[in-house]
Design a binder for this molecule. Structure first.
Ligand code: AGP
Length: 618
């Protein structure tokens, strides 16, 4: 999830670009860069310094050619290639007279490299974007105008993009385009603007335009021209913007947590994007050979908090698809249990930040014992990604809210991809079976979007007196539903400050059921699985003791007599085609439930008391 900004008008554009990137910082900040068409060439400056990138860039453009009124800027959240200056956008062609910025993933960029000119198109970066710079430049060199060159190349591109391109031959023109990645354009009397999000140009443009997929926008001072990929002109739809800047940075949502909950379909989709290369699953970085992985006879998953809950689901996926024994350990406990590790033990470390000290220490212990380590991380080149022997990146984009939502869902998806990857390498599943299961997974984003539609139902339940006034919550689930129950309890605890326990449903009668009394709220995950019937039996036990029951069920089961008899409140959800995928959807209403109770109590859901987004102390 990167940030792009651009402008072309009658006044110097540099201040707009620097301020725009600062406003887009929440979209990612591994590196930042600016490019201006100036005096027959492109002037470019880039910085790769993590959170300092944008501020360092702002301080480092004092030597830019003065008075340039057209330009583009980019802040990067790395997906392809390490967050180095070489990989920072804007990227240029070999002549240095064309520059491009890009937010998204070009799925077929490897194939597109075959179309590069034989000479003069040596790639200097590891990015997919640079390939497009060379391809567009080749079209311009062949006599095409910049806009036509962009259209020609985009007709060959697969994947998602929001791009902006400039060329020294047309110094007042910016050509932008989008597919799936966000792009907003705007104008005022003298300037045309483009950005990933409204905040970057809020208070600058006075008219905003919705840009649809597969549209190309030609920006000239004070005007935009929109066409399709074939060049047919279209009339852009104007968009009214009434937000203030603070609301605009949250995309109009009241807080980052709700914005990130609604980014979950995209986070799931992006984590799956481009995973199949030449018919086989590809990880992001693998310094482990297939032979190393075939020698593995046990897997240990180490993580904390929500990442630990993702590990519990991952365990079942790996055992199911690979028939490999898996142990899931709380990272802070792992190394003190004297685990028996060696070259044939694969340690999978799950961490959205890649900086959690407990998990990092578990990784270091594993490496000291000679065990190979695979990291599942959301931050490219984080400490854990650098220490691991292989990395599978979730592509959820920056998660600002302390309570993990979209990153947790992306981790659930990543663990399914990892299980299928191991099955593919170890031969416990045929490639066509792996591809078929990935195909099922690729249906999940719309199920996640459908589950988000339960928000009003959940809000109504959370405001019902028998729930709103409760002070004691249990979350029950079985099998993979247990991990969902644990995660639901954690969400409620960490943002509403209410006491909540997540429990395997079958365990309640071994003690905790003594706590159940009238007024206790029990949320049970009873979506379709081999164990759904047993969950309902466990719910009978708590119902008999006066609990208020909230049942999370498959939308096809809401009229089942047992559901009707037991539930005080019902949350219907879509199925996902396989019980191992169901947690990706089942977590949604529990996030919304915690959010509704927390906001009703006036809590700051983005910055809950006592918590930090990254725990860097043991
Ligand atoms: C999740 O809502 C919490 N904020 C917390 O449990 C988090 O999952 C845990 O600290 C692990 O963080 P990591 O994924 O960055 O390692």
């Amino acid at each position: 999830m990167c940030g792009i900004i651009g402008g072309t008008g009658e006044t110097p554009v540099l201040p707009l670009l620097v301020e725009g990137l600062r406003r887009l910082e929440y979209r990612g900040y591994d590196s930042a860069g600016i490019a201006l068409p100036a005096h027959g060439t492109i002037w470019r400056r880039r910085k790769a310094g993590g959170t300092r990138s944008i501020s360092e860039l702002g301080e480092g453009v004092g030597d830019a050619p003065p008075g340039i009124t057209c330009g583009i800027g980019h802040s990067r959240w790395a997906t392809h290639g390490a967050p180095t200056e070489v990989n920072a956008h804007p990227h240029t062609d070999a002549s240095g007279r064309l520059a491009i910025i890009h937010n998204g993933i070009l799925e077929n960029f490897r194939e597109l490299t075959h179309d590069l000119p034989r000479r003069g198109a040596e790639l200097v970066s590891e990015t997919d974007t640079e390939v497009l710079a060379h391809l567009i430049a080749a079209e311009v060199a062949g006599g095409a105008g910049l806009a036509d060159a962009v259209r020609t190349c985009l007709r060959r591109v697969e994947g998602k993009f929001a791009i902006a391109v400039i060329h020294a031959d047309e110094p007042d023109l910016i050509v932008a385009a989008r597919r799936s990645s966000p792009l907003v354009c705007g104008t005022d009397a003298t300037t045309a603007y483009l950005a990933s999000d409204i905040p970057a140009i809020h208070g600058k443009a006075d008219r905003f335009y919705v840009i649809d997929d597969d549209r190309v926008v030609e920006l000239t001072p004070g005007a935009i021209r929109v066409t399709d990929l074939q060049g047919s002109e279209l009339v852009p739809e104007e968009r009214e913007v009434t937000w203030d800047l603070a609301a605009a940075e949250k995309g109009g949502y009241p807080d980052f947590m709700s914005k990130e909950m609604y980014e979950q379909p995209a986070a799931v989709r992006d984590t799956l994007l481009g995973r199949i290369v030449q018919g086989r699953i590809a990880l992001d970085q693998v310094r482990l050979s297939d032979e190393d992985l075939r020698m593995i006879d046990k897997v240990y998953v180490v993580a904390c908090g929500s990442s630990y809950h993702a590990g519990l689901v991952g365990k079942q996926a790996i055992q199911h698809w690979c028939r490999l024994p898996v142990e899931v350990e709380i990272a802070s406990e792992f190394r003190y249990q004297d685990p028996v590790l060696g070259r044939t033990s694969l340690v999978v470390a799950i961490s959205q930040s890649g900086e959690t000290i407990d998990t990092l220490e578990a990784v270091h212990h594993a490496k000291q014992q000679g065990a190979p380590v695979l990291a599942v991380c959301n931050v490219v080149d984080s400490s854990m990604a650098r220490d691991a022997d292989a990395v599978l990146y979730t592509r959820a984009g920056p998660e600002i809210g302390v309570a993990s939502t979209k990153c947790h869902l992306a981790q659930l998806v990543a663990m399914q991809v990892l299980a299928l990857y191991l099955a593919q390498v170890r031969g416990t599943s045929y490639p066509e079976e792996v591809a078929e299961r990935l195909g099922h997974l690729e249906q999940i984003p719309q199920r996640v979007a459908a589950a988000l539609e339960s928000a009003d139902t959940v809000k109504g339940i959370a405001s019902a007196p028998d729930v709103r006034d409760a002070r004691d919550f249990f979350f029950l689930g079985r099998g993979v539903g247990r991990a969902v129950a644990l995660e639901g309890a954690l969400k409620l605890k960490e943002i509403s400050y209410l006491r909540a326990e997540g429990y395997p449903g079958g365990e309640l009668k071994h003690g905790p059921i003594a706590l159940i009394e009238p007024g206790t709220v029990v949320v049970a995950v009873a979506t379709r699985s081999r164990l759904a019937g047993k969950v309902l039996s466990n719910v009978e036990e708590v119902k008999a003791r006066g609990a208020t029951v909230v049942l999370v069920v498959d939308e096809r089961d809401v009229d089942v007599p047992a559901v009707r008899k037991l539930a005080d409140h019902i949350i219907p959800l879509p199925g996902t085609g396989h019980e191992l995928f169901q947690p990706i959807v089942d977590n949604i209403p529990l996030q919304l439930f915690a959010y509704a109770l927390a906001t009703a109590r006036g809590n700051d859901v983005d910055k809950p008391r006592n918590l930090a987004k990254v725990v860097t102390v043991e």
